[in-house]
Design a protein around this ligand. Structure first.
Ligand SMILES: *[C@@H]1O[C@H](CO)[C@@H](O)[C@H](O)[C@H]1NC(C)=O
Ligand SMILES: *[C@@H]1O[C@H](CO)[C@@H](O)[C@H](O)[C@H]1NC(C)=O
Ligand SMILES: *[C@@H]1O[C@H](CO)[C@@H](O)[C@H](O)[C@H]1NC(C)=O
Ligand SMILES: *[C@@H]1O[C@H](CO)[C@@H](O)[C@H](O)[C@H]1NC(C)=O
Ligand SMILES: *[C@@H]1O[C@H](CO)[C@@H](O)[C@H](O)[C@H]1NC(C)=O
Ligand SMILES: *[C@@H]1O[C@H](CO)[C@@H](O)[C@H](O)[C@H]1NC(C)=O
Ligand SMILES: *[C@@H]1O[C@H](CO)[C@@H](O)[C@H](O)[C@H]1NC(C)=O
Ligand SMILES: *[C@@H]1O[C@H](CO)[C@@H](O)[C@H](O)[C@H]1NC(C)=O
Ligand SMILES: *[C@@H]1O[C@H](CO)[C@@H](O)[C@H](O)[C@H]1NC(C)=O
Ligand SMILES: *[C@@H]1O[C@H](CO)[C@@H](O)[C@H](O)[C@H]1NC(C)=O
Ligand SMILES: *[C@@H]1O[C@H](CO)[C@@H](O)[C@H](O)[C@H]1NC(C)=O
Ligand SMILES: *[C@@H]1O[C@H](CO)[C@@H](O)[C@H](O)[C@H]1NC(C)=O
Ligand SMILES: [Mg+2]
Length: 624
């Protein structure tokens, strides 16, 4: 079996013919992690900060004067007062406090009575009936829900967390539409079991300490033996070293979590990946971060694809393999490094084979390094496939459920999200998210913009403009849409904003355009930058429709959390956009399925009916 997939290194390097210069694994900032594949930011223009700031105010004012007086305005006045902290919100704040009389006096009164105007702290917002009353002023939406009813998202989330320490966990239901996809009862059961495991075996528990001892070689000093104890440990562990940009790290953590769930291992994340600043703890009464004092940290950090503990090397060197199943070899390492990042070897890819999974069962510590969404390939392992079918009867909901289960913005990020949402998004009848990410720096951004707009217009996500003079604004019935743009650049925002400012829409719809930030370049490892990036992903996930960019894990996260199939733009060799087959992320660099078929490479997209090649990457795989 060891000889079976010594082939296709070239294919690994060239995932998508004709697009050799794109950097899917690098998007949202992998450049530090993968220096050999530096992204080409060439055409991304440096942000013209002041101009951008001023321009951002314009659509707001435009909207203010073109909108009908309506109940929405109460919301805006309120938002102005409460949220007028960020500089770009000041225009709103001013309008709001100067005159809020668009609203009928009755409603204004009710609203302002409820409002604690002095309390300028959104982070302290409390999900109670009082807040619910205060929030259901606008007619058109989400706030009318009974917050206490489904704040656990159909049982997906565990009850009993301290709400104040992570407001987003139970408040997300106030902002996101109810998902039509219900988690299966079996998934809920397994999640509760897993939470119990994380608590029982997590950091600073007895089993945890015992498992750490197991990492120490036998004997001491000169008496040190070659081997390790073969004592069994009560709990198995999976530590994750996610890397690349934020989207990629979310992909790899989700995949690792699912693998941990399937194999009853405790999931622990290396903290240098910035996870603690971005996400709340997902498991009650324990931590998913490797403790500061985790003694084998350096031992684990030095692992690489060339280490003897790398699974692929162990198979290649026959340290492990058929007949050497790890249960009796005294000297077998108590930890194994799993290289599941792009560019992994054929031997590393044997991870996705049933026989090889068996070898790993007895290893107390697995160390995964990945930047990929490797979930689809877990379905190739027969024992997992059966279990996965029970966990996810709708197979295209894996990320939708696990993403909403695992990733809750920390309070500072939640502040960014709610302030943006309430100032710019809540008042529109419909929210359209445009996620624009250009990997191939050689292409003109304006050409891309034209393609994206053409797509959005043809698919009727956005109305076309009218060149035949202004359409008389039939104010009362006019629908309003807000376009949320996320991009490192501000060019797209400026162009779209200007388009709708200078011309009326053919439909009479009122369009506002909002872009929270344009950071110019990605800065992985910069916490402030990443908090904003996470806030933007989350805001996209609160939209009603999405247009995403090819290869972008940023878009994958948003569509998965939202439960939406996006329109994917900028697919190579396809000038148009496509509606995604499913809301699942794409596994960019999957193994070539060939566990049984020896040295033949099998079309992995044809093995299982619900694992197909991605729309945006020819060799990639996604669940549908
Ligand atoms: C707000 O506008 C109303 C008329 O629409 C006016 O009576 C009122 O004085 C204004 N209030 C302020 C503070 O300008
Ligand atoms: C608004 O208030 C006036 C008196 O201030 C009252 O006559 C009217 O019924 C109220 N309207 C509503 C919708 O409550
Ligand atoms: C308003 O906020 C202040 C300070 O945060 C607090 O002491 C007071 O109880 C609040 N009032 C209401 C009605 O919530
Ligand atoms: C809030 O909603 C409830 C039920 O949907 C309604 O009875 C109540 O009048 C609403 N409150 C306000 C202030 O609109
Ligand atoms: C909200 O849900 C709680 C518990 O399910 C229930 O007691 C309460 O009556 C509900 N409130 C509304 C306004 O529906
Ligand atoms: C939320 O409100 C409840 C009841 O009003 C209170 O007991 C709790 O401390 C509040 N939590 C926060 C974080 O303010
Ligand atoms: C551990 O190794 C010893 C010999 O080295 C062997 O006798 C024993 O059965 C092994 N225990 C387990 C659990 O494999
Ligand atoms: C593992 O190896 C031992 C001895 O080498 C053997 O008895 C056992 O059947 C093997 N187990 C599996 C699952 O291959
Ligand atoms: C592991 O044990 C097998 C026999 O069970 C032996 O052939 C093999 O050499 C051992 N591997 C190492 C690395 O000691
Ligand atoms: C939008 O309108 C312009 C001018 O009226 C027209 O040239 C263009 O073809 C329209 N685009 C779409 C996609 O309908
Ligand atoms: C981190 O990003 C923020 C913008 O989000 C920027 O202001 C700051 O200078 C950056 N810090 C570093 C060290 O690059
Ligand atoms: C597998 O490889 C062997 C030599 O390594 C070759 O003889 C055989 O034809 C190959 N089988 C297939 C199906 O390609
Ligand atoms: Mg990414």
């Amino acid at each position: 079996m060891e000889t079976k997939r010594i082939r296709r290194q070239q294919q690994q390097q060239q995932p998508s013919p004709g697009s050799g210069s794109h950097e899917p694994e690098n998007e949202e900032g992998a450049s530090q992690a993968l220096p050999e594949r530096k992204p080409l930011w060439g055409s991304v223009r440096p942000p013209v900060v002041l101009a951008g700031f001023l321009l951002m105010l314009l659509p707001l004012i435009f909207i203010i004067y073109s909108r009908t007086p309506s109940l929405d305005w109460i919301c805006n006045c309120r938002a102005g007062r409460v949220e007028g902290r960020a500089e770009s919100f000041e225009a709103t704040a001013k309008h709001g406090s100067e005159n809020c009389s668009f609203a009928s006096p009755n409603n204004t009164k009710a609203n302002f009575l409820n409002e604690n105007v002095t309390k300028n702290d959104f982070l302290q917002k409390n999900v109670t009936e009082d807040n619910d009353l205060q929030k259901n002023i606008t007619e058109d939406n989400i706030h009318q829900k009974n917050v206490t009813k489904d704040k656990l998202l159909g049982g997906l989330l565990a009850a009993g967390f301290d709400e104040g320490s992570c407001l987003s966990r139970y408040q997300s239901v106030l902002y996101r539409k109810e998902s039509p996809h219900k988690p299966s009862p079996y998934l809920l059961e397994r999640l509760r079991k897993h939470e119990a495991l994380q608590k029982r075996c997590g950091p600073n528990t007895k089993p945890y300490k015992k498992a750490i001892d197991r990492l120490k070689p036998l004997g001491k000093g000169k008496k040190r033996k070659k081997g390790y104890s073969n004592e069994t440990t009560e709990c198995g562990y999976l530590t994750v070293m996610p890397f690349s940009g934020l989207g990629n790290r979310i992909m790899s953590i989700t995949s690792a979590f699912l693998y941990a769930l399937l194999t009853n291992r405790v999931l622990l994340i290396e903290r240098h990946s910035g996870i603690g600043d971005l996400f709340c703890e997902p498991f009650p009464d324990t931590s998913w971060l490797l403790p500061q004092d985790f003694s084998p940290r350096n031992q684990f950090r030095s692992l690489s694809k060339t280490s003897p503990q790398c699974f692929g090397n162990m198979l290649k060197n026959k340290v492990m393999g058929n007949g050497i199943n790890g249960s009796s070899n005294e000297s077998l390492s108590p930890y194994v490094f799993l290289n599941l990042a792009n560019g992994y070897s054929d031997f590393d890819q044997l991870f996705f084979c049933e026989d090889d999974q068996r070898l790993l069962r007895k290893i107390p510590w697995l160390v995964v390094s990945s930047n990929q969404y490797f979930v689809p390939a877990l379905f190739f392992i027969p024992t997992f496939e059966e279990e996965l079918g029970r966990l996810f009867p709708e197979r295209d909901t894996v990320f939708h459920h696990l993403g909403r289960y695992l990733f809750h913005p920390t309070n500072p990020v939640w502040g960014l999200i709610t302030r943006s949402y309430e100032s710019y998004l809540t008042k529109a009848d419909e929210r359209v998210g445009l996620q624009i990410r250009v990997f191939n720096g050689r292409t003109n951004p304006l050409e891309y913009l034209n393609r994206i707009l053409k797509c959005a217009l043809e698919e009727k996500l956005l109305p076309n403009i009218s060149l035949h003079g202004p359409v008389v604004s039939t104010s009362t019935g006019a629908k309003s849409k807000v376009v949320l743009i996320t991009s490192l650049d501000s060019t797209y925002f400026e162009k779209i904003r200007r388009m709708y400012w200078e011309h009326p829409t053919a439909t009479g719809e009122i369009i506002s355009v909002y872009q929270p930030s344009h950071e110019g370049a990605e800065q992985t490892g910069n916490t402030t930058h990443e908090m904003k990036a996470w806030a933007e992903i989350y805001l996209l996930s609160l939209c009603d429709t999405l247009v995403t960019s090819t290869w972008s894990t940023f878009g994958y996260v948003a569509q998965g959390l939202a439960g939406l199939k996006p329109l994917i733009t900028m697919i190579p060799s396809n000038p148009d956009c496509r509606l995604a087959m499913s809301m699942e992320p794409c596994y960019h660099f999957p193994p070539f399925y060939g566990c049984k078929a020896a040295n033949t490479s099998v079309d992995a997209g044809a093995v299982l009916p619900y694992v197909r090649h991605c729309e945006d990457m020819k060799n990639g795989l996604k669940l549908v």
